[in-house]
Design a protein around this ligand. Structure first.
Ligand code: SF4
Ligand code: F3S
Ligand code: ZN
Length: 103
């Protein structure tokens, strides 16, 4: 599961699509955590898609990640500033790849 304390335990490696990427990043096998308020651990995501389907405000968009061992697309929290903290995505992700930090 995603580390809920990733902000303490990781450093910002880069920016992507307007959000932070928390390292370590070593493409294509290691991609880090994308987003901060809505954070998706790309190294855990298996592209199940439930988060994209269920988010009421369309926070997520697919990002291509060819060569990653778990999946070649990931749910990217492109619109994390739109999040209304409903926690649906956290509940539906089968591999607990998402952390949402209300407030
Ligand atoms: Fe979307 Fe709700 Fe998840 Fe926020 S908590 S990203 S609004 S599903
Ligand atoms: Fe990935 Fe979980 Fe969404 S596996 S696509 S973050 S539901
Ligand atoms: Zn991203």
């Amino acid at each position: 599961a995603i580390d809920p304390n990733f902000e303490q335990n990781r450093d910002v490696a880069e920016q992507h699509g307007g959000h932070r990427v928390w390292g370590a990043v070593d493409e294509p096998e290691q991609l880090g955590i994308h987003g901060t308020h809505v954070a998706v651990d790309f190294d855990i995501c298996i592209a199940d898609g439930a988060c994209l389907e269920d988010c009421p405000v369309d926070v997520f968009e697919w990002t291509d990640t060819p060569g990653h061992p778990e999946s070649d697309i990931k749910a990217d929290p492109i619109n994390e500033t739109q999040c209304i903290d409903c926690m649906l995505c956290v509940d539906v992700c089968p591999v607990d790849a998402i952390d949402v930090d209300p407030g």
